[in-house]
Design a binder for this molecule. Structure first.
Ligand code: MG
Ligand code: MG
Length: 263
């Protein structure tokens, strides 16, 4: 069952989403060669608690951390480790926050120092596909229109669109109905209506779309070990149109200061 949100609920969800946006902005200031994902995790947890919120992922399905850090060929669900990030790595950082009973869920893939041109293109195109999907999130369209927009754009570059993991409804639960695949057919799937709030999150692989889960029970990697990118926004349907509740503004301001790559 899809829980459509009232305007007041959407305002609370915006607050939760923006806490995550600011957390990602803080992460952007600290991502550089030598920093470890576990150090980032600690900073993120402190920051979220300082905002009067709870980390959205910590304890969810027994997940042990605040952030998810997926490095290079890791697609999503990468557990933070003590391995320092290295020049040329990319790290997908996914984070959740819970405040006033509502979740925010939001991700950005960062470059660590200088990365190669092909990987820059993968990041830019994956982020662009997110916005192409968001444009379709209007009353009267269908969930398949979102996936079709993401899939047709990214596959035109020969990239692989992950099938096993999808976006989702968001609200009092981190994962609500409907599922929001990053692939699909136009005009298919649940109808998009006023008050729908979903997390749209393309996971796009440089090579094969096939993925494998590692023996840690969490980390998903590409089958060919080529890099993968992930960007995620929380989107509400307000007055029939998509409204992005989260924001990459804080990430981009931080990257401008540090000279980091902006996807
Ligand atoms: Mg997420
Ligand atoms: Mg999500």
């Amino acid at each position: 069952m899809i829980h459509y949100k009232k305007k007041e609920e959407i305002e609370l969800m915006r607050e939760s989403a923006l806490i995550v946006s600011k957390t990602l902005g803080l992460m952007a200031e600290h991502i550089k060669p030598g920093v470890t994902p576990l150090e980032l995790d600690k900073l993120a947890e402190e920051f979220i608690r300082d905002q009067g919120a709870k980390p959205g992922f910590l304890g969810l399905y027994d997940y042990p951390n605040t952030i998810i850090t997926s490095v290079n060929e890791q697609v999503v669900h990468g557990l933070p480790t003590n391995r320092p990030l290295e020049e040329g790595d990319i790290v997908g950082l996914d984070c959740g926050a819970l405040k006033n009973g509502y979740y925010g869920d939001h991700a950005y893939t960062f470059a660590v120092g200088e990365i190669n041109e092909d990987i820059k293109k993968l990041l830019k195109r994956t982020k662009e596909s997110l916005y192409l999907g968001i444009e379709k999130c209007e009353a009267g369209k269908r969930i398949g229109d979102i996936g079709f927009a993401i899939q047709s754009f990214t596959e035109s570059f020969g990239y692989g669109v992950v099938r096993e993991l999808v976006g989702h409804g968001l609200g009092k639960k981190m994962h609500e109905s409907p599922e929001v695949p990053n692939y699909g057919k136009r005009g298919c799937g649940p109808k998009i209506k006023e008050g729908l709030v979903i997390a749209i999150e393309p996971m796009i692989n440089m090579g094969t779309r096939r993925v494998i889960q590692l023996s840690d029970g969490w980390t998903i990697v590409t089958a060919d070990r080529k890099p993968s990118a992930h960007f995620e926004h929380d989107v509400a349907v307000v007055n029939g149109k998509p409204e992005i509740l989260s924001s990459f503004k804080y990430v981009e301001e931080a990257l401008e200061k540090t000279g980091g790559f902006i996807a």
